[in-house]
Design a protein around this ligand. Structure first.
Ligand code: NAD
Ligand code: UDP
Ligand code: UDP
Length: 335
C-alpha cells in the first residue's frame, strides 16, 4: 500500500559510504526554548550538522549564541509559512509559539504557522527524503475527559475558542503528517509534548512556571489563576530533548506522549516555588482565561515501552536549575 512506499532517494553522494554516518539536521523553531536545548544536544555529536530556521517571533539568537560561527552550525532567519529549500536528512519541526499569550496575540498567524508551516516542511521532507518529527502538544486532548491521557484518546477540543488556533492547528498538523506518510511514504514522528520548563524560557511569556519563578524573584505575589485546583504535569527540558531524539531515531511514528507524569495543582506548584525560592512571598488567586483545561497528566506507557524513555528530573530538582538561570537574567543574586 501507499504507506509502505519508499520515500524518494536522497542524493547518491550522501548515500555513499563516506557520508553515511553524517547527518544534516534542520531544526525549525531552533531559537526558542526547547529548540535551543535540542540544538545544544545535537551539536554535541560531531557527526551532526545543524541548520536552524526561525523567524525570532518568540525565540532569540541569544539562545544560540554559543553556536554562531561554528562550522557545523547555520542559522537562517526564515518564516516556515514560506517555502524553504535546504538539503537535510532530519527535520525537527518545532516552529510555533507555545505560550498562550503569544499564540493568541495573532491567532491567524498561529494557525498559518501550524498548517502552512507544517505543509511546507512536509513538502521539503518529501523532496529530499528526510525524516520529519512534529512537536505536537497535549493540547490536542483539549479539556480531557480521560485521565491520565493516553495516545488513543481523541480529545475534547473547542473548535471555535480562543485557544483553537493552537490546539486545532496542531491537530491539523498531525493530520497532514499522517496523510503525507500514507500518501507519499514520508517517514514521520509525532511527539505530544506536555508542559515543559527550564532555563531560557521567556521570562514574561505568561506560562505558569516562568511566571511564578519571576514573581518570586521580584518579590511579587504569585498569581494563581482560579480555581487553583487545575492540574498540570511538568517535564524538565533535558528530559524532553532526550525523548525527542529517541523518538526521531526510533522506529515508531507515534503519536507518543512525552512528559513527566508527576501531577500538581497550580496551588501546589505555587506553594513549592514559594518554599524553594522565598517563603515570605504571597499567593493571590486571580481570574482565569477561557477554556483552561482542568487536568492534564500524560500516560507514558508507550514512551517507556517503545522508546525506553522516562523522565529523570523531578519538579523539585528542576525548579532550582531554572531559578539559577532566571536570577542571572533578572539580575537577582542569591542571598
Ligand atoms: P518557543 O516559543 O520558545 O519556541 C518556538 C520557536 O518557533 C521560537 O523560536 C519562534 O521564534 C519560532 N517560530 C514561531 N513561529 C514561527 C514561524 N512562523 N516561522 C519560523 N519560526 C517560528 O516555544 P517552545 O516552548 O520551545 O516550543 C517548541 C515547540 O514545542 C512548539 O511547537 C510547541 O507547540 C511545542 N510544545 C511546547 C510545550 C511547552 O511546554 N513548552 C508544550 C507542548 C508543545
Ligand atoms: N516545499 C518547500 N520546500 C521544498 C519542497 C516543497 O517548502 O523543498 C513546499 C512547497 O512550496 C509546497 C509545500 O511544501 O507549498 C508542499 O509541497 P508538495 O510538493 O507536497 O506539494 P505541492 O507543491 O505539489 O503543492
Ligand atoms: N496559570 C496560573 N498562573 C499564571 C499562569 C498560568 O495559575 O500566572 C495556570 C493556568 O490557568 C493553567 C496552568 O497554570 O491552568 C498552566 O498554564 P500555562 O499557560 O503555563 O500552560 P497551558 O495552559 O498551556 O498548559
Amino acid at each position: 500500500g501507499a504507506a509502505s512506499k519508499a520515500p524518494p532517494n536522497p542524493s547518491p553522494l550522501r548515500n555513499s559510504k563516506f557520508f553515511q554516518s553524517n547527518m544534516r539536521i534542520l531544526v525549525t523553531g531552533g531559537a526558542g526554548f526547547i529548540g535551543s536545548h535540542l540544538v545544544d544536544k545535537l551539536m554535541e555529536n560531531e557527526k551532526n550538522e545543524v541548520i536552524v530556521a526561525d523567524n525570532y517571533f518568540t525565540g532569540s539568537k541569544d539562545n544560540l549564541k554559543k553556536w554562531i560561527g561554528h562550522p557545523r552550525f547555520e542559522l537562517i532567519r526564515h518564516d516556515v509559512t514560506e517555502p524553504l529549500l535546504v538539503e537535510v536528512d532530519r527535520i525537527y519541526h518545532l516552529a510555533c509559539p507555545a505560550s498562550p499569550i503569544f499564540y493568541k496575540y495573532n491567532p491567524v498567524k498561529t494557525i498559518k504557522t501550524n498548517v502552512i508551516g507544517t505543509l511546507n516542511m512536509l513538502g521539503l521532507a518529501k523532496r529530499v527524503g528526510a525524516r520529519i518529527l512534529l512537536t505536537s502538544t497535549s493540547e490536542v486532548y483539549g479539556d480531557p475527559l480521560v485521565h491520565p491521557q493516553n495516545e488513543e484518546y481523541w480529545g475534547n477540543v473547542n473548535p471555535i475558542g480562543v485557544r483553537s488556533c493552537y490546539d486545532e492547528g496542531k491537530r491539523v498538523a498531525e493530520t497532514l503528517m499522517f496523510d503525507y506518510h500514507r500518501q507519499h511514504g514520508i517517514e514521520i514522528r509525532i511527539a505530544r509534548i506536555f508542559n515543559t520548563y527550564g532555563p531560557r524560557m521567556n521570562i514574561d511569556d505568561g506560562r505558569v512556571v516562568s511566571n511564578f519563578i519571576a514573581q518570586a524573584l521580584r518579590g511579587e505575589s504569585l498569581t494563581v489563576q482560579a480555581p487553583g485546583t487545575q492540574t498540570r504535569s511538568f517535564c524538565y527540558v533535558s528530559d524532553m530533548v532526550d525523548g525527542l531524539i529517541r523518538l526521531m531515531e526510533g522506529a515508531n511514528t507515534g503519536p507518543i506522549n512525552i512528559g513527566n507524569p508527576g501531577e500538581f495543582t497550580m496551588m501546589e506548584l505555587a506553594e513549592t516555588v514559594k518554599e524553594l525560592i522565598d517563603p515570605e512571598v504571597k499567593l493571590k488567586v486571580v481570574e482565569n482565561t477561557p477554556d483552561d483545561p482542568r487536568q492534564r497528566k500524560p500516560d507514558i506507557t508507550k514512551a517507556k515501552e517503545l522508546l525506553g524513555w522516562e523522565p529523570k528530573v523531578s519538579l523539585r530538582e528542576g525548579l532550582p536549575l531554572m531559578e539559577d538561570d532566571f536570577r542571572q537574567r533578572l539580575g537577582v543574586p542569591k542571598k
